[in-house]
Design a protein around this ligand. Structure first.
Ligand SMILES: O=C(O)CCC(=O)N[C@@H](CCC(=O)O)C(=O)O
Ligand SMILES: [Zn+2]
Length: 340
């Protein structure tokens, strides 16, 4: 059996990408039935294009951090079902399994956090797996969006899970839009996915979602789906809404969502981005404290030589605390409630 027959017969694109990446060293394409063109871009990168007219270009990425397994399992099952003709795409879809090597070692990354490597330009001075992979993924995104008409709707949902538990279990980071309006229609899609908590970012970042947002005006989000678990240990019942909504999104012409209502959401804006400046950076709360735990004004949140970081508002909450990051990288976000 050749590779295309194996993909169409078993649908195991991710397994082959991880076990036999050499099979995907050159791009290739094939058809599913009479209706869909499949383009295999590289190991872990595959697109599906309906032959009939469509109006959306949708990117679903996962595994940018290799130990965030629930999104990887969700996208793996989706790709299998498309290849096996259990789902018929009606929109152009690019599915990206980001950091294949870090999946193998069940780590967030091998050498460097890939989600700090986008929009950096093609600087080859320091090279490693994550840097070259980030460049490949940027190129795949560019090719995917630019090979269709520009007036189509572009979406990019970059699916993650958080290192610790979260009081608001599923939440999305809305990248900084430089003054452009937030899309309420997009928030309704997120709500249909079971994501009712939104963090409005106030600055440019080097994340994958910000890259697609700023460079291609895509509706892009980092979407956090619960807490990191090893492969096979996710309770997939927790993801029914996101699974069914993403499947509808790629296989319908017009996903119907309910009307926007502010009270359906918890909206926060980022108040402080606290970067680790010294090796002795310390968080002043327990390792198992959940994301979105809040503090009174003046409470000491973290400290390091020469610096203290305190809550500036009553009710300021912590998100993504991580004292183990490299010096210079984000070790903590604080957020405060807001409205849009
Ligand atoms: O739980 C954590 O500390 C990190 C989970 C995660 O990977 N989050 C993303 C957020 C990206 C963004 O701010 O848009 C990350 O840290 O890369
Ligand atoms: Zn992540």
């Amino acid at each position: 059996m050749d590779l295309i027959e194996i993909l169409l017969g078993k649908g195991e694109f991710l397994a082959l990408s991880r076990n036999s990446a050499y099979l995907f060293s050159q791009p290739f394409r094939f058809d599913i039935g009479q209706h869909t063109v499949v383009k295999v871009v590289a190991a872990g990168v595959i697109s599906f294009e309906p032959k009939q007219a469509s109006n959306k270009d949708i990117i679903l990425s996962c595994g940018i951090h290799g130990n965030e397994t629930a999104p990887i399992e969700i996208c793996d099952a989706l790709v299998q079902d498309i290849l096996l003709q259990k789902i018929l795409v009606t929109q152009r879809v690019l599915v990206i399994f980001g950091n294949l090597r870090s999946m193998d070692v069940a780590q967030r990354f091998v050498e460097e956090n890939m989600n700090r490597l986008f929009s950096l330009g093609h600087d080859n001075k320091c090279n490693n797996y994550e840097r070259s992979r980030a460049r490949l993924l940027e190129q795949a995104v560019e090719n995917f969006y630019l090979s269709a008409e520009p007036d189509r709707e572009r979406l990019h949902y970059d699916l993650h899970t958080a290192i610790r538990t979260s009081k608001n279990d599923k939440f999305a980071v809305y990248p900084f839009l430089h003054g452009k309006p937030w899309s309420k229609a997009q928030l309704q899609i997120l709500l249909a996915c079971g994501v009712n908590t939104i963090l409005l970012s106030g600055n440019p970042t080097t994340t994958f979602s910000y890259f697609s947002s700023i460079k291609f005006a895509a509706h892009a989000f980092t979407i956090e789906l619960g807490k990191v678990k090893p492969f096979g240990e996710n309770d997939m019942g927790q993801f029914q809404q996101v699974v069914s909504t993403l499947r509808l999104l790629v296989s319908s012409h017009n996903l119907k969502c309910k009307e926007f209502a502010e009270e359906d959401f918890f909206i926060f804006k980022v108040n402080q981005v606290i970067n680790k400046g010294q090796s002795d950076f310390t968080l002043n709360f327990p390792d198992d404290l959940a994301n979105f735990s809040d503090f009174p004004k003046g409470h000491l949140l973290a400290f390091e030589s020469g610096c203290e970081y305190r809550a500036q508002y009553d009710g300021e909450a912590i998100v993504f605390p991580n004292a183990q990051v490299e010096i210079g990288q984000r070790a903590l976000l604080t957020v405060i409630p807001t409205k849009i």
